[in-house]
Design a protein around this ligand. Structure first.
Ligand code: ADP
Ligand code: GLC
Length: 481
């Protein structure tokens, strides 16, 4: 039996801002329990809903020297779906209504978190054989492990994996400040270690010091070795390429299942979607004040509203998209530029365009189930989960061929009757528009073809079963058995 510890800044069901939380909430459940004792550790944010906090049991507390002060570290424990979760408590760092705030405070918050995680382990009596770190917030763990923590026998030999969910976010500030916050010596602030372009960089530290680096799709693992996608670290990614691989994400098939989804007015499956799916569309049209018409082509979007997701392409041809015989439903928050753009279009195209500028899990389920197509024209996409959810809900993805989108959506080929979605290659608004119009043409004029596309999409397997095996093979390689 090997012990694995997952460390992350967010995790379903406790707290979520994006796909990272979905992955950390699902993957541990799907690892082979007869071979791995997998536990997860995350911050106990005050923003975690009370119903989860009520089930957390106080385990212990201690004081830790950090940032020139002696700081309280509380540890709580809870078990969900057979997985043990530890939560690090410190209200100075983890209060507020969301997990992240301004980057300067976040840098100190996650340095504290990383140090607290390692300091807690001997007291918890849980010695991981491998620590699985996720994104920049946990990048310091392999560094601290290499530094002060290697001295004790407890920590010696612990392996680390660093998973990059998004290379764009690296945790960067000037060297001196990072040195002050982290307490690391100047030895670590050199270009072959934590320093990047004169600054201190948490994620770079994690990538340099982890035993193995993974990212969330094969294509993204290749892309980040090039300058365009490498976010300034492409040289490092090339240098570490013998210890770098992509393992594509899955989705939690228990949570995302149109047959049992409790938020839908009508459940459906791969056999009866032709008749039943559109009942959800009718209900959503009613709910959102859109024209009630089960045959109208509906495009859904559930996303962070940022440049990463390709909204500048959408902005460029939004007028054309709205004038077509189409309804558009957007759910998301983010850049005020896009939030306001979509509010404006809702006002301008009442009954055809719905802008839902907030975060709401229930509504997201309804949009996945009700839409005919799901638009995700990302500039870059490490993996993407929304389009995988869409596939499972019989909602045909329209994506740009990048990262995980490229690896998981098979483009429709009308001559071979193959494919699970529509895709375009260049980051060009009119290329996107023409592929959306092509999808709409198939929807309106070749209904049987469209339904077969849905059949193939719903039959595709993006459960965690296959992807969890990828991580198990990696653990085996690093730990032997
Ligand atoms: P990213 O992690 O880059 O934001 P992913 O596609 O990997 O993108 O994951 C996004 C996750 O967040 C999906 O589960 C999606 O349904 C969810 N999500 C995004 N925005 C919202 C929102 N406004 N309301 C509810 N869920 C959302
Ligand atoms: C990041 C990426 C997204 C990925 C998610 C989970 O937020 O932007 O593509 O699916 O992490 O790995």
């Amino acid at each position: 039996m090997k012990n694995i510890l997952f460390v992350a800044s967010e995790c379903v069901p406790f707290i979520k801002t994006g796909g990272l939380a979905d992955v950390v909430g699902a993957l541990p459940k799907y690892l082979d329990k007869s071979r791995y004792d997998v536990r997860v550790i995350l911050p106990k944010y005050t923003a975690i809903p009370a119903k989860y906090k009520e089930n957390m049991k106080y385990k212990m507390h201690f004081y830790m020297d950090f940032c020139w002060r002696s700081q309280y570290v509380g540890i709580l424990e809870t078990v969900v779906d057979g997985v043990t979760f530890y939560l690090i408590d410190n209200e100075f760092y983890f209060s507020g209504d969301k997990p992240y705030g301004n980057i300067y405070e976040d840098l100190e918050k996650f340095a504290f978190f990383s140090r607290a995680v390692l300091s807690a382990l001997p007291l918890l009596g849980f010695r991981p054989d491998l620590i699985h770190c996720n994104d920049w917030q946990t990048g310091l763990i392999p560094v601290y492990l290499h530094d002060s923590f290697q001295q004790g026998a407890f920590f010696r030999g612990i392996k680390t994996v660093m998973t990059i969910h998004n290379l764009k976010f690296q945790g960067v500030w000037d060297k001196k400040t990072i040195q002050n916050i982290t307490g690391l010596s100047s030895y670590y602030f050199a270009p072959d270690k934590l320093e990047a372009y004169g600054n201190g960089n948490y994620l770079k530290g994690g990538i340099v010091y982890a035993d193995y680096v993974t990212t969330v799709s094969n294509s993204y693992a290749e892309e980040i070795k090039c300058a365009f996608y490498g976010e300034g670290l492409d040289g490092l990614m090339r240098a570490r390429s013998n210890c770098l691989c992509g393992i594509v994400n899955g989705i939690d098939y228990d949570e995302w299942n149109p047959e049992t989804d409790k938020y839908l007015v009508q459940n459906y499956n791969a056999q009866d979607f032709r008749k039943e799916k559109k009942k959800n569309k009718l209900a959503l049209q009613e709910e959102l004040g859109l024209e009630r018409n089960p045959d109208r082509f509906m495009i859904g979007v559930v996303s962070r509203l940022t440049d990463q997701k390709g909204f500048d392409l959408v902005e460029c041809v939004l007028e054309e998209l709205c004038c077509d015989d189409t309804q558009i439903v957007i759910l998301g928050t983010g850049d005020p530029k896009y939030e306001n753009l979509f509010r404006h279009y809702e006002w301008k195209y009442k009954g055809r365009f719905s802008a839902n500028i907030y975060y709401n899990n229930e509504r997201s389920h309804k949009i996945y189930a009700s839409s005919d197509a799901f638009l995700m024209p990302s500039l870059f996409e490490p993996c993407g989960l929304s389009h995988l959810i869409s596939l499972r809900y019989g909602t045909v993805p329209i994506v740009r061929e990048t990262g995980g989108l490229r690896d998981t959506v098979v483009p429709y080929n009308e001559y071979e009757c193959s494919g699970t979605g529509f895709s375009f290659a260049n980051y060009n608004a009119h290329e996107m528009l023409s592929i959306v119009r092509y999808a709409k043409h198939v929807f309106y004029n070749k209904k049987r073809e469209w339904n077969k596309l849905v059949d193939r999409g719903m039959a595709a397997d993006f459960s965690w079963k296959t992807s969890a095996k990828g991580y198990e093979d990696l653990y085996l390689k690093l730990l032997g058995e």
